[in-house]
Design a protein around this ligand. Structure first.
Ligand code: RP5
Length: 165
């Protein structure tokens, strides 16, 4: 992380979520977007969640990425306490493979939105890319980096398949 105020907060319910959420962090790094990564549990550290969410906008964050698993209240509770856009990443749970996380995050009642991504790594990467797209609306240099990132991705796709060992 640089000295610049981080634009994105990545929050997660547990240390165990980092294996998934680090993919969001790495994607933001690849795009040169500053971020602050924190463990904030809706269940175990409710006061920490309140303090974080209530002060997130004043702290300078522009977008929040929130990952949680199981009864995943973190993204919805965060969204209820901040006007910032919140993207939710359902972390794959051991017992229900993340379907519980997905449904907990995606089924917000009308009025408080959480942009919900796919379960696991894909969701973490795409949450970062969505955050980048939002930030790029006000940042032409980032917009160019995002275009370049996509172009490199396109170039990396082979035209024909090969047999894999
Ligand atoms: C949720 O419970 C966390 O987001 C995590 O995905 C899940 C399990 O947490 P640990 O028991 O591994 O700390 O609150």
């Amino acid at each position: 992380m640089s000295d610049r105020k981080p634009a994105v907060a990545i929050i997660m319910g547990s240390q165990s979520d980092w294996a998934t959420m680090r993919h969001a962090a790495e994607t933001l790094d690849a795009l040169g977007i500053t971020h602050d990564d924190r463990i904030v549990s809706a269940h175990r550290t409710p006061d920490r969640l309140y303090d974080f969410a209530k002060s997130a906008k004043a702290s300078g964050f522009k977008v929040i990425i929130a990952g949680a698993g199981g009864a995943a209240h973190l993204p919805g509770m965060t969204a209820a306490m901040t006007p910032l856009p919140v993207f939710g990443v359902p972390v794959e749970s051991r017992t229900l493979k993340g379907e519980d996380s997905l449904l907990s995050i995606v089924q917000m009642p009308a009025g408080i939105p959480v942009g919900t991504l796919a379960i696991g790594r894909a969701g973490a990467v795409n949450a970062a890319l969505l955050a980048a797209a939002v930030l790029a609306l006000q940042d032409p240099a980032l917009s160019e980096r995002l275009d370049a990132w996509r172009a490199r991705q396109s170039e990396s796709v082979a035209e024909r398949p090969v047999d894999e060992a």
